[in-house]
Every structure is written in C-alpha cells, then in structure tokens.
Design a protein around this ligand. Sequence first.
Ligand code: SF4
Ligand code: SF4
Ligand code: SF4
Length: 186
Amino acid sequence: MNSVSVEQIEALLPQTQCQKCGYKGCKPYAQAISQQQADINQCPPGGQQGILNLAKLLAVAATPLNTQFGIEKPRQVAVIIEQDCIGCTQCLPPCPVDAIIGASKQMHTVLTSACTGCELCVSPCPVDCIVMQAIENNDKPAEWNKEKADLAKNSYAKKIIRMERLKTEKMQRIKKQKLALKKIKS
Ligand code: SF4
Ligand code: SF4
Ligand code: SF4
C-alpha cells in the first residue's frame, strides 16, 4: 500500500456521511483505511468508481463493492410527507448536515439542496413519514458532485463542533447543579 495521508483518502470519499461503511462518517472511514483497519470496498455511495479511485491512490488491487455494507444505487433525497409529520423533532439529530428544518410540534421539511441522501433520518421517524425519492428531473438537485461533497463535508464538520459544544455546556450545567445541591445539603 502506498503511503498516503488521511486527507488524500478522504478527498476520494463522497461525503454523504451516511455511515454505511460502518464508521461515523467519511473521515473516520478514511482514517481506518489509512491504518489498514478497513477495506477500500465498504462505501456504497462511492460505488465501484470510488473503489477504483482508492485502489489507484493506494496502489492496491480493486475489489468489488462489499454488499454487506449496501448496494450502489441512484442518488436519492429525503422527502417528508408533511401532512403526516407530528413535529416530534426526532429526525433532526441524526441528520449529519442539518438538512431538516423544523421545531417541536411543527411540521418539518427537508432542504433538498442540502440533503446527501444518507437515509439516517428515515428509521428514527416514529410515524414513517420520511421517504427517500430518486432524483428524476431537473427540478430536483443534480447528481452528486464535488461542490455538493465539499458543502456536506463542511456542514458535517460544523454540526460535530456544535454537538460537542452542547455536550460540554450540558456537562457544565450538571456540574453546577450538583455543586448547588451539595451546598444546600451541607
Ligand atoms: S459516504 Fe457513507 S459509506 Fe461512504 S465513506 Fe462516507 S460515510 Fe462511509
Ligand atoms: S435529510 Fe435525511 S437523508 Fe437527507 S441528509 Fe438529512 S438525514 Fe440524510
Ligand atoms: S421524525 Fe418524522 S414525525 Fe418527527 S418531526 Fe421528523 S418527520 Fe416529523
């Protein structure tokens, strides 16, 4: 295997952040490939072309996509059947790129231009009102490209930073509450 950086490997991944490879996003998968802990054929959105690109970069043999991780299929986007949405907000946290807009007890909607088609919002919906739809015509966002991949990568990075900040703030709040309780008891 050629000595290449994680960044070089990551640059060849689609950035849908779908986790189908078994890792929590494209970067962790790139890191696993770099450390020879993962095979290069685990990314269904990248498909056979993605495997060929990785094989060339790493100077290893290309293998068929491992279908245990999913199959290659045309790009889809999520659509919320709005009249069925109960506004539970459960689809918001799983979306890696914040492509869903909505608030508690309000109808939610997907920003199709931002949706990576990762499908991570589908199963958390308790009323099954999120469906994946193939891109069929020019009214829908075009096929996946480098511009969209870069946008998704940045959005995911921002979401991770925000989630980390919220986690830290929550921990600090709990710590303060515990200290306050301790003072009351003493
Ligand atoms: S697109 Fe999905 S399967 Fe491919 S590397 Fe990124 S997270 Fe993994
Ligand atoms: S809306 Fe759903 S399918 Fe689209 S990016 Fe967000 S979680 Fe993935
Ligand atoms: S999970 Fe389903 S019901 Fe809940 S807000 Fe999202 S789309 Fe609406």
